[in-house]
Design a protein around this ligand. Structure first.
Ligand code: KG4
Ligand code: ZN
Length: 341
């Protein structure tokens, strides 16, 4: 079963062909980072226009790298939400037209679900039931995945997402956008104990996060110290900030594994690329005898492989998508309602 996946929820135009849920035949990602970099963040209107320019060549490239013609596909899947409405509309409308023209079933996918299923693309793949930390630029939450299609949000951020906090702190330090990877690299040269920032665990027993407090603490630190001192200690600030974020993420994920009695734990989303987080989790998982699953770097950030792969689980679902369906910008409530347990 070969599925063409399309992802345009933010600033990456991506298309991929995946066979039988896990065999990646092609994956193309056209990033708009260079354009948005100038503005210090994603400009939604620009993102939509760039998706429009890129969508046809990106899909063509994905098909040609997979050596497939459209009629050799079994379905087309596209991200329906959450994300930027204008950006989503480009990929979703393209997928509708493509499905209609080639008489293929259309599968409307949830972006977060795509990230969650990328745990099954790690090596070795995750095994149900498992708990997953989804940390990206738009979302941060802890999920319990009991079986395919049966998952539960245990808790999520009440304000900024982890990746968003990285991007904002990078901006404060004059490191540009996006900031996650830059802070990660800089942090490795700094002393994480030199400048200690607050750890907002909220309630340590629950799974809600808050990252805006850490961000504000960094902002205050920068504002209350001389510019030359800040410039000379950027690596220590980055290391202190990263240590605070990683401490909270690791604590909550391990606590969820304990409460849900899961031996398998996963980390997905753009922030899963973070070396500091990966190292700390590898250490902690070994200590607690847990199996840790993190997708390969190329599948942590936004991509279309995760969309095609997640769609595989819905093939043949009687609730197949109608051409009247529309995109959505925020969480689909049925998918993401926390139960607090
Ligand atoms: O999953 P993703 O590509 O897009 C969303 O769905 O939001 O995640 C992007 C986020 C950005 O905020 C970026 O700064 C962050 O992931 N990120 C990182 C790293 N690489 C990307 N954050 C921390 N450390 C990294 N190495
Ligand atoms: Zn994402």
């Amino acid at each position: 079963m070969r599925i063409l996946g399309i992802e345009t929820s933010c600033d990456e135009t991506a298309a991929a062909v995946v066979a039988d849920g896990t065999q990646i035949l092609s994956s193309v990602v056209a990033s708009q980072v260079d354009v948005h970099h100038r503005y210090g963040g994603v400009v939604p209107e620009l993102a939509s226009r760039m998706h429009l320019e890129a969508i046809v060549p990106v899909v063509q490239q994905a098909l040609s790298e997979a050596s497939l013609k459209p009629e050799m596909l079994d379905a087309v899947a596209a991200t329906q939400g959450p994300g930027l409405v204008g950006a989503l509309l480009v990929g979703f409308s393209f997928a509708k037209a493509f499905a209609y023209a080639h008489r293929l079933p259309l599968l409307a996918m949830d972006h977060l679900e795509g990230h969650l299923y990328s745990a099954l693309l790690s090596d070795p793949p995750s095994v149900f039931p498992f708990v997953a930390l989804l940390a990206s630029g738009g979302h941060t939450g802890i999920y319990y995945l009991k079986a395919r299609g049966d998952y539960q949000l245990l808790g999520q951020t009440r304000d900024d997402a982890a990746g968003e906090a990285y991007d904002k702190v990078a901006k404060m330090l004059g490191l540009g956008y996006p900031g996650g990877a830059v802070i990660d690299r800089l942090a490795q040269q700094g002393d994480p104990q030199k400048i200690v920032f607050t750890r907002p665990y909220l309630d340590k027993e629950r799974f809600d996060f808050s990252f805006s407090g850490i961000k504000t603490a960094v902002q205050r630190y920068i504002a209350s110290n001389p510019e030359t001192w800040v410039a000379a200690h950027r690596a220590d600030i980055a290391a202190g900030f990263q240590a605070a974020v990683v401490d909270v993420l690791v604590h909550k994920l391990l606590h969820a594994a304990k409460i849900k009695r899961c031996r398998h734990v996963a980390v997905v989303g753009g922030v899963a690329a973070n070396q500091g987080l990966r190292d700390r989790l590898a250490e902690a998982a070994a200590h607690k005898k847990l199996c840790l699953h993190i997708p390969p770097m190329a599948l942590c950030g936004d991509n279309a492989v995760m969309i095609a792969s997640a769609a595989h689980h819905y093939l043949g679902d009687p609730k197949s998508t109608s051409l009247q369906d529309d995109v959505y910008s925020r969480h689909r409530r049925t998918v993401c309602e926390p139960d607090g347990s």
